[in-house]
Design a protein around this ligand. Sequence first.
Ligand code: FE2
Length: 260
Amino acid sequence: MRILFLGDIVGRPGRKAVDAAVSELRRELDLDMVIANGENASRGLGMSAKNARSLLAAGIDVLTTGNHIWKFKDVYPELNSNPRILRPANFTASSPGRGYTVHTLESGIAVAVINIQGRVFMPPIDCPFAECEKILEEIGEQAKVIIIDFHAEATSEKQALARHFAQKASAVIGTHTHVQTNDAWILEGGCAYLTDAGMCGPARSCLGMAPEPIIKRFITGLPQKWHVADGPVQLNGALMEIDESTGRAVSISAWRKDEF
Ligand code: FE2
């Protein structure tokens, strides 16, 4: 089966481009499933309930998120009621929502998606390794295809988690840095891996934000008000083929499309 994983969707430009592109991409790339990280979808930080619903309606099967998920409170009930919208699993157990789902596609193929967050250069959170182990146990025989979105900053933490779970996961795709890495490959054990999928957002930017205030912040050291950049959008992600009968990855490539 063919899966497109889209990296962090940034603000209105990112949302609009993804909304417009997804159904065409499903045809063009012969996709069975689209997973996207939506944690920056609303104003560049967080994801509102309305925006989450419209991204799902556009043709995304499962939305993952990250450290900014608690910004818009209206998404909390949505996280509780909609199993297609995830938040990192290693937040405290009392947090709204869930960190993984077993999603059954129209074809009948069950795909488990796990959303987990890193701890290096990130706010405090429970151990991603222990949480992932627990979830894989819970998933058991429910799904052979298992995709992990590891929302993390440090390349070392991402590689370590992917290698640790390479025998069990079909793919580990990193998100959060917004910069696509050039290391898509299949780890021993048959696990597709990409350190970071990159972002779906304005190309002429610093990580999706207008560059001027960011530059000023670096030069002056003083806080600045950031806003989502405008202009042409770039869609970044990972395109994978997984053997659904074994759950092992067949291929993975870093994927990018420029929308003008
Ligand atoms: Fe993030």
